[in-house]
Design a protein around this ligand. Structure first.
Ligand SMILES: *Cc1c(COP(=O)(O)O)cnc(C)c1O
Length: 216
């Protein structure tokens, strides 16, 4: 299938004007990003800092919106704060604070999603609900960041009812956040589970494989 057909198929699966599509272009060549641009797409997600910065610089005249969605190491926050429009994978208060301090005062605020740990496995990244809500209470102290909502990456499963169970948990935490701070973005759903995510209130799905094909 052509990139155009894959893209249109994904848009049909989303089938809602209230859900945004983030095209996850990590490990994909810049040519494919340009092709998607030609089709009118503007929002892209990347997971690896150096690869992402190379692409951002090469495409700086295209007016794209860049989201960082990968694991964040402290020694990379400076580059992420400088180059991205959104960061979806903020998973510790330390990273959150560093991004705030390293975002230029002359730049627009960096849009941030707090990553929620779902499924309760100790090894997984993300905040638990209490930690996440306590950051929302202090949101106004962080002048260079705007908290926009939460992001989650539940354990992959092909079991639809299990997908729904995990996404419902995320939606409930998102509603708790909304009582504290005016957040508008619930980023959940990938190629294998976007339908379940949308059924449970997702406002943004992050799709790589089903748009671009397998990663290199
Ligand atoms: C790679 C990635 C995606 C896209 O996954 P696909 O299964 O290829 O759609 C979405 N979200 C995050 C956080 C990712 O790292």
């Amino acid at each position: 299938m052509s990139l155009e057909n894959r893209y249109k198929t994904v848009l049909n699966r989303i089938n809602s004007s209230n859900v945004e599509l983030l095209a996850v272009s990590k490990k994909q060549p810049i040519e494919k990003i340009k092709q998607l641009y030609q089709l009118g797409h503007r929002k892209f997600g990347e997971s690896y800092v150096q690869e992402a910065i190379d692409k951002i610089q090469m495409l700086k005249d295209f007016g794209l919106q860049w989201h960082f969605i990968g694991p964040i190491q402290s020694n990379k926050t400076k580059y992420i704060a400088q180059h991205f429009d959104w960061v979806q994978s903020v998973d510790t208060l330390k990273i959150f604070t560093r991004l705030n301090n390293q975002r230029g005062d002359e730049q627009q605020n960096l849009n941030v999603l707090l990553q929620l740990k779902v499924g309760g496995e100790e090894s997984k990244r993300g905040f638990n609900t209490n930690e996440l809500l306590s950051i929302c209470q202090k949101a106004n102290d962080f002048k260079n960041l705007t908290i926009r909502g939460l992001m989650s990456i539940p354990a992959p499963t092909t079991d639809y009812s299990l997908q729904v169970k995990q996404f419902k948990e995320c939606y409930q935490v998102f509603q708790e956040m909304q009582k504290i701070f005016p957040v508008d973005t619930l980023s959940m759903g990938m190629s294998g589970d976007l339908e379940a995510a949308i059924e449970c209130g997702s406002t943004m799905v992050r799709i790589g494989t089903d748009i671009f094909g397998r990663r290199k």
